[in-house]
Design a protein around this ligand. Structure first.
Ligand SMILES: [Zn+2]
Length: 440
C-alpha cells in the first residue's frame, strides 16, 4: 500500500461521538480523529478513539484542538427541496392547497438559471451552517435547477444527490413538463452528473398524482437501466392525497403499490412521509429495501399526521430523518430530532414510544446513510468514512451551557442538544477536511 505524505493527514482533538459497527453510539470525552486524503482525492477517517490510545500511533501530527467541544458525524438530510428555501413558513390548509398557493409559484422561477444558482448557493450555505454535510434534495422540473445545484455542490466538494422533478400532469404552467422530453432530460442529466466527484443523481417523480402512467413507466425504466442511481418521491403524506391517488389509480392495492407497479421501489429508493400505511405497505418497503424519509417538522406544520415508529421498527423497514424544507420548518437537525421525538411520543392515533437520543441521532446520521445506501461512507466517523463532520459547542447559549453542565452522562448531553439546540450549536462544519464556516 502506498504511503501518504504527512501533509495529506490531519488530526482533530475534541470530545468525539461515533457509531460502532453494531450501530451502538460510542464516545470519548477527549478524543482524536485522524483523517487522510486518499489517492482518489477523497478525505477519509483513518483513526478514531480516545486521545491517549490513538495519539501514540501519530506522534508527528499536531491536532487542531477544540477544547470543551465535541466532534460528531456530519448530519444526513434524507429529503429536502432546495427550491423551497423561500417557501419555508408559508401557512396553508394542508398539503394540496400549500402546493398550489406557494410551492409551484416559487418553483416556476427556477426556469431562470441565475435564480437557480443564487438559491443553490444560499441553500448549501444554510445546510452547512446547520451541520448537514449530505443531502438528498429535490430540484424543480427545470433542468437548469439541477445543473445549478450540482455545480455549486461540486465546487464545495460536498456529497449531494438531486434530480429533475417529473410532473407532467395536475401541475400548472411553468412547472408542468412534457412526458417524453422529461425522460430525455433525466437521462441526459444523469449521464452528465451521476458518480461525478461526490455527486449522485436521483430519478424524481414528484408524487404519483403529478405523473402520468407513461411518465412513471419511463422513470421506472431509467431506474432499472441505471441501478446505482437514487429514486426519490413522496407517499402517503395526507389523507386527501391518499384518496386522490385511489381515484387516479383504482387498480392499485395502495398508494405505495402504485410505485411498485412502475418499478420504482428498490434499494436507494427514498419516499418521504410514509404516514398513512398499513402492514402490507411496510412489508413491501422492507422487502424492496426502500427507505422512508421521516419528515416530522413538515408533518406537524401541515397537519399531515404522525409517523408510526413502533410499526415501522417492528416491520424492519428502513427509515431515517429529513427536514422536508419548505414544508418542514427548519434546516436544523436538532429541530428535526426534537420533532421526531414528539411524533414518536404521540400515542392517541398510534402506539406512542420514547425514542432515545442515541436513536434520534442515529436516524439523522449513520442510520440515514444506511437508508440511502451510503453506510460506511457518510454519517459516521469509523475508519473509511468520508471526513465530513461537525464541531458542537455545549455552551452555545446560556441555557444550553447551564443544562449541559448538569448532564450526568452522554445521553443527557445529547438530549440537551436535541431539545435546546439549533444552528448556534454548530461551531464548525468540516467537509473533506476543510472547515466550511467559523462562528469566531
Ligand atoms: Zn417533500
Amino acid at each position: 500500500m502506498k504511503a501518504h505524505s504527512t501533509e495529506t493527514r490531519q488530526a482533530w482533538r475534541a470530545g468525539l461521538i461515533w457509531f460502532d459497527k453494531d450501530h451502538v453510539m460510542q464516545h470519548a470525552s477527549d478524543g482524536l480523529l485522524v483523517t487522510e486524503r486518499g489517492n482518489d482525492g477523497i478525505h477519509r477517517v483513518v483513526a478514531v478513539g480516545d486521545y491517549r490510545s490513538v495519539q501514540p500511533h501519530y506522534p508527528d501530527l499536531t491536532p487542531t484542538h477544540f477544547p470543551h467541544q465535541w466532534i460528531a458525524p456530519g448530519f444526513v438530510d434524507m429529503h429536502i427541496h432546495y427550491p423551497q428555501t423561500d417557501v419555508i413558513g408559508s401557512p396553508a390548509e394542508g398539503l394540496l392547497p400549500w402546493l398550489t398557493q406557494y410551492t409551484f409559484v416559487h418553483e416556476a422561477k427556477f426556469a431562470n438559471a441565475q435564480h437557480a444558482h443564487d438559491v443553490a448557493e444560499f441553500f448549501l450555505d444554510e445546510l452547512t451552517r446547520n451541520g448537514v454535510t449530505t443531502a438528498l434534495t429535490f430540484a424543480t422540473s427545470h433542468p437548469a435547477s439541477v445543473t445549478a445545484l450540482f455545480e455549486a455542490a461540486q465546487q464545495r466538494h460536498m456529497r449531494l444527490i438531486t434530480g429533475k422533478v417529473l410532473q407532467d400532469r395536475h401541475s400548472p404552467d411553468g412547472v408542468r413538463d412534457d412526458t417524453e422530453q422529461s425522460l430525455i432530460d433525466t437521462e441526459t442529466l444523469l449521464q452528465r452528473w451521476h458518480g461525478v466527484d461526490r455527486l449522485g443523481y436521483a430519478i424524481t417523480p414528484r408524487f404519483a398524482p403529478s405523473c402520468t402512467e407513461a411518465q412513471l413507466r419511463g422513470a421506472g425504466e431509467l431506474a432499472a437501466k441505471y441501478p446505482s442511481t437514487w429514486i426519490q418521491s413522496h407517499v402517503a403524506e395526507n389523507l386527501d392525497e391518499v384518496r386522490w391517488v385511489h381515484e387516479l389509480f383504482p387498480k392499485a392495492r395502495s398508494y405505495l403499490s402504485v410505485y411498485q407497479d412502475f418499478g420504482l421501489l428498490r434499494e436507494r429508493a427514498v419516499y418521504a412521509h410514509c404516514i398513512h400505511f398499513d402492514a402490507a405497505d411496510r412489508a413491501l418497503m422492507r422487502d424492496t429495501r426502500t427507505a422512508a424519509a421521516i419528515s416530522p417538522t413538515s408533518n406537524l406544520f401541515l397537519g399531515s399526521g404522525f409517523f408510526d415508529y413502533a410499526s415501522a421498527q417492528a416491520s424492519g423497514m428502513r427509515h431515517g430523518l429529513a427536514s422536508d424544507v419548505g414544508g418542514g420548518t427548519s434546516f436544523s437537525p436538532f429541530h428535526t430530532m426534537l420533532a421526531a421525538y414528539t411524533v414518536g411520543r404521540e400515542g392517541q392515533t398510534k402506539p406512542g414510544l420514547s425514542l432515545s437520543p442515541e436513536q434520534l441521532w442515529w436516524q439523522h446520521t449513520a442510520g440515514a446513510a444506511q437508508a440511502l445506501g451510503l453506510e460506511g461512507q457518510v454519517g459516521n466517523l469509523l475508519p473509511g468514512c468520508d471526513a465530513d463532520f461537525v464541531v458542537l459547542d455545549p455552551q452555545a447559549t446560556p441555557l444550553l451551557a447551564r443544562r449541559c453542565a448538569q448532564a450526568d452522562n452522554m445521553s443527557e448531553l445529547l438530549f440537551a442538544w436535541i431539545v435546546l439546540g439549533d444552528d448556534r450549536v454548530i461551531a464548525q462544519t468540516v467537509v473533506q477536511g476543510q472547515v466550511q464556516q467559523s462562528k469566531s
